[in-house]
Design a protein around this ligand. Structure first.
Ligand SMILES: NC(=O)c1ccc[n+]([C@@H]2O[C@H](COP(=O)([O-])OP(=O)(O)OC[C@H]3O[C@@H](n4cnc5c(N)ncnc54)[C@H](OP(=O)(O)O)[C@@H]3O)[C@@H](O)[C@H]2O)c1
Length: 322
């Protein structure tokens, strides 16, 4: 059993390297993009890494960009930087802490009143810790599942009427290749049975990233016919701050990998922009992308039944119907 898992992991790494090589040879995938000047876009986690580059790219195209950040000061610094580069007058920072559902509700309530139509929602923010002990959000959820999945689940659902009003509109969920090595038990999504993670210390992150893709799939099913499309993507291995909570050894090891096989934040953001703007994928709701192409090995492993069950569990956890 363990041997099969290692073999699988080895094949995934080979597949990644092959696609990375293709990306190097072919360059950026052309996307034939939609005209988005004046459209309203929300990017979560827009103060650093991929979110910040995405905010800049949308600002460059004349969008109204709502930078949803947990630290407003950090958000403002990023906004000033983007403004300098793009001369955009339509950028704003709003506070959103995905580790606290009351913050998500406050953010969504004010945004849906202020912006009756929302054209693109990029669920990008994410945490990744390799701590041996499980961490918790303010609401008592396992931190990765809480921030990366449940916070975005509630946010998206609270904004959905405004997104529908803007149709054709898009919801872009930043997942990860790590979804391929997830081991998500729907009877225990908070990993309460695990006391210490040991060698499995990436499991909470991997599971939350699988949850991102399952959410995207189920969202596409529920939105069928509405002209709101939903996408999941892996940005590749990217030089950002996401590994900031790693132990020194793992940080060093990850940096070496990025140096050899990784992408810059600008390159990593290409797939976010592709899913947000490309006419080529305008009708491909529910799919997963990597390097701006179909990420078939991830897609094949997504089970619609699991996606639907995860939705019901998430709905109960965030008390969506109350
Ligand atoms: N970099 C990679 O190689 C890679 C690979 C696969 C997938 N991804 C995914 O890409 C996404 C963006 O990550 P990144 O690489 O750009 O890393 P990053 O630079 O660390 O950006 C993560 C963003 O998420 C925000 N965030 C974290 N916790 C939050 C919370 N509780 N509420 C609101 N915002 C929160 C961070 O805010 P603070 O600055 O305040 O912490 C930051 O703005 C993540 O979903 C990550 O899982 C990245």
């Amino acid at each position: 059993m363990a041997k099969t898992k290692y073999l699988e992991l080895f094949l995934f790494i080979l597949e990644y390297l092959y696609e990375r090589l293709l990306r190097l040879i072919r360059g950026v995938e052309s996307m034939d993009e939609e005209y988005v000047e004046g459209k309203v876009v929300i990017v979560t986690g827009a103060n650093s890494g991929l979110g910040k580059v995405a905010a800049l790219e949308f600002a460059r195209r004349g969008c109204t960009v709502i930078m949803a950040c947990r630290n407003v000061q950090q958000g403002q610094i990023a906004l000033d930087e983007i403004k300098k580069k793009t001369n955009s007058e339509t950028l704003l920072v709003r506070e959103l802490d995905l580790a606290d559902l009351s913050s998500v509700r406050k953010f969504a309530t004010s945004i849906r009143q202020e912006f009756p139509v929302i054209h693109i929602l990029v669920n990008n923010a994410g945490v990744y810790s390799d701590a041996d002990q499980l961490l918790q959000t303010k609401d008592g959820f396992e931190m990765h599942m809480g921030v990366n999945h449940l916070g975005h689940f509630l946010l998206t659902n609270m904004l959905i009427d405004n997104i529908k009003r803007a149709a054709p509109s898009r919801i872009v969920n930043v997942s990860s290749t790590n979804q391929l090595i997830a081991d998500l038990d729907l009877d225990d999504i908070m990993l309460r049975k695990a006391t210490s993670l040991g060698f499995q210390n990436s499991l909470p992150y991997n599971n939350s990233k699988l949850a991102n893709s399952l959410f995207s799939l189920e969202l596409s099913r529920r939105l069928y016919g509405s002209e709101v499309t939903s996408y999941a993507l892996c940005p590749g291995l990217v030089q950002t701050e996401v590994f900031r909570n790693f132990s020194p050894f793992r940080k060093f090891y990850t940096k070496m990998n990025i140096l050899l096989f990784g992408l810059t934040a600008e390159q990593g953001c290409e797939t976010i922009m592709y899913c947000s703007l490309s006419k080529k994928c305008a009708h491909e709701s529910g799919r997963i992308y990597r390097f701006s192409r179909h990420f078939n090995s991830a897609m094949k492993r997504l089970e619609p039944k699991m996606a639907s069950r995860l939705w019901e569990i998430s709905e109960e956890l965030v008390q969506l119907k109350q």
